[in-house]
Design a protein around this ligand. Structure first.
Ligand SMILES: C[S@@+](CC[C@H](N)C(=O)[O-])C[C@H]1O[C@@H](n2cnc3c(N)ncnc32)[C@H](O)[C@@H]1O
Length: 317
């Protein structure tokens, strides 16, 4: 039996066990089970695309890594780092350019929130550009992610900048501690990896305003009411927010699935996240009143399928 097949059986067994104890996500667990049962072959995958996929409600769907399994989260992040470093299709390039050029346009020290920071690959690419520039101000980035394993990977991923940045892990960061860390450090860039609940930001950081916040491939993880709540929190606590995520595309879903066919956790993430993404028409409609740019294509006519939204005080309703 090959490694892919062994992994598939392991995941099915994990989901079967989970289905006996978890009732909150029972529908999503079943959808994940069906998916992993069907993808033993390409024929099975296309059968799933044709017959099962159209019956799934993307708004309620959870991915394998949303069930709190740290080992699978780690596998997802390691896989995503490779994908996000690729020149084609340059998945996060528009966001790296947007956030880094915003930073470079400022001439004051900055406090930044990175929400759902994952492996910090986006942050790594942003920091690389900032360090290459002659930006002189101090930057503090508070990286919020509930997954502990993601912070371990983030710390490893950022270790290349050891001379210029200080990384601090604080499971539950308090406002006073944030001030102390900023004042104490003599490094140009401070990264604080925290597990604070993102929806408690207003409560946890009452007297703080972030100069900027950003999130990437994060929003689709949230249910509709939480998506709106996130916008409201950030409108209140951050001067400007950059939001980056994918838009739904059947073509993109199949293409990405084939690209990561052998890496099952990543395959599940690529396919299920695509089902949760906003529809292109919805984003185009919103773009009439909001600052949203769609990126259909990457370099060399490759499929990218992402959008970038900018949120400022002017968007307050
Ligand atoms: C797909 S990853 C994206 C990571 C990274 N931003 C990137 O672009 O590669 C989504 C991340 O959001 C985190 N996440 C999902 N829901 C969350 C929540 N409610 N609170 C905090 N983190 C969450 C997950 O742990 C995961 O690391």
């Amino acid at each position: 039996m090959n490694n892919r097949e062994l992994k598939r059986i392991e995941i099915i067994s994990y989901l079967e066990d989970l289905s006996k104890t978890d009732s909150q996500f029972s529908t999503s667990i079943q959808e994940n089970l069906i998916f992993f049962e069907k993808i033993s072959s390409l024929k099975g995958f296309f059968d799933w695309v044709k017959n099962n996929m159209p019956t799934i409600n993307g708004e309620q769907l959870k991915e394998l890594t949303d069930f709190g399994n740290e080992k699978y989260s780690e596998e997802l992040h390691i896989g995503m780092i490779k994908v996000e470093r690729g020149f084609v299709p340059g998945f996060i390039t528009p966001m790296v350019k947007k956030v880094s050029s915003y930073i470079l346009s400022c001439n004051n020290s900055l406090l930044i929130a990175d929400l759902g920071s994952g492996s910090a690959e986006l942050m790594r690419q942003i920091i690389k550009r900032v360090l290459k520039s002659d930006f002189k101000q101090k930057i503090t980035i508070v990286a919020f992610d509930r997954s502990e394993s993601s912070h371990n990977i983030a710390a490893e991923n950022l270790a290349v900048f050891a001379n210029d940045i200080e990384i601090t892990k604080v499971p539950q960061l308090k406002e006073e501690e944030l001030v102390n860390i900023i004042n104490k450090s003599d490094k140009k860039i401070n990264v604080i990896l925290v597990q604070n609940n993102i929806f408690n930001i207003a409560k946890d950081f009452k007297n703080t305003t972030f100069d900027m916040s950003y999130h990437s491939f994060f929003k689709h993880h949230l249910d509709v009411e939480y998506k709106n709540e996130l916008d409201n929190i950030l409108l209140e606590k951050s001067k400007i927010t950059f939001e980056y995520d994918g838009f739904h595309s059947k073509f993109g879903l199949i293409l990405q699935a084939l690209f990561v066919w052998k890496q099952l956790v990543l395959l599940n993430g690529a396919v299920f996240s695509n089902l949760r993404y906003y529809k292109k028409e919805f984003l185009k409609g919103k773009a009439k009143n909001e600052n949203i740019i769609l990126y259909g294509m990457g370099p060399m006519f490759s499929h990218r399928g992402t959008y970038l939204r900018t949120l400022t005080n002017a968007d307050k309703k």
